[in-house]
Design a protein around this ligand. Structure first.
Ligand code: ZN
Length: 283
């Protein structure tokens, strides 16, 4: 039986790229935090379904909610990095990227006592031309990445030429395992079917078909979500209409659909792919 990967990008509702232009970073510390309640809801959900997951966490969030990070790890889940403060790789110099992945990794390892193996870029922003980020991840001790979204999306993210199934990237700096978010191949194109807004807005059957087709190939698919997606009561932000539609549509659908997904498919953490020698305490 194929066991898929469940992942959560741990961030606040106001830190998403869609609100970058309207919610300044300087306001973050003054906005009400809602991440803990949602993360604990996700922990309950996974526990009820006997599933494990990977929590790609912002260093900024971990620093302010250390007990939450410890609870995620104590519940048997994997804690990995989502960078420090959600700056997209397309908006960073290599030096800024290195500092972000180094600092977040150190912070998360300090809290969990376990080596951080994985990274997911904010908004899947390792796009063509930004491959240097993959080399820097290897240099900073990461074992895998989950940032290459093999879709074509005008003006946004996407690495259309990347593989759809987990694969190994051979880089000048070494090797890096890649776990792309799940897509469904239809009519010669890759349709996004791995989570996020697509999971809330598109028919559930699309996601179901995608994970079934992974199973038919005997390959795990990678699902992703955000804590704010199960929080329909989050404070509303001012932003352009397209950003608001993408962020707020279908929030009340997320939980029932997650229940269904977790009862129809089995999920674990991406770290399971690697040998269990990652405990810092044991080394
Ligand atoms: Zn994010």
């Amino acid at each position: 039986m194929t066991i898929h990967y469940f992942s959560v990008d741990v961030e606040e509702y106001f830190q998403v790229s869609a609100f970058e232009g309207s919610v300044p970073r300087t306001s973050w510390d003054h906005l009400p935090s809602r991440v803990e309640a949602s993360v604990y809801g996700i922990l309950d959900l996974l526990a009820r379904h006997g599933a494990r997951g990977t929590f790609f966490t912002l260093g900024w969030v971990a620093e302010r909610h250390p007990q939450m990070i410890k609870r995620i790890a104590e519940a048997g889940h994997e804690v990995a990095s989502h960078g420090w403060d959600h700056v997209r790789v397309t908006h960073q110099t290599p030096e800024e990227f290195r500092a972000s992945v180094k600092r977040s990794k150190a912070c998360l390892e300090e809290l969990t006592g376990t080596q951080v193996l994985g990274f997911r870029a904010p908004s899947f922003s390792i796009v063509p031309g930004r491959e240097w980020a993959l080399d820097l991840l290897i240099e900073e001790g990461y074992r895998y990445d989950s940032s290459l979204f093999p879709i074509r999306r005008p003006g946004g993210y996407g690495y259309a030429s990347a593989g759809r199934d987990p694969f190994v990237l051979e880089r000048a700096a070494g090797k890096l395992d890649e776990f792309p978010p799940a897509t469904l191949r239809r009519f010669g194109v890759n349709l996004p079917a791995g989570g996020g807004a697509y999971f809330r807005i598109l028919p559930y059957a699309l996601v179901q078909r995608a994970f079934r087709s992974f199973e038919a190939r005997g390959v795990p698919g990678t699902f992703y979500m955000h804590p704010w997606e199960i929080d329909p009561d989050q404070p509303r932000q001012q932003a352009k209409l397209s950003s608001r539609l993408r962020h707020y549509t279908g929030l009340s659908r997320t939980l029932p659909r997650l229940e269904r997904l977790l009862s129809e498919f089995r999920f674990t953490a991406i770290a399971d792919r690697f040998t269990r020698t990652a405990s810092l305490a044991a080394s």
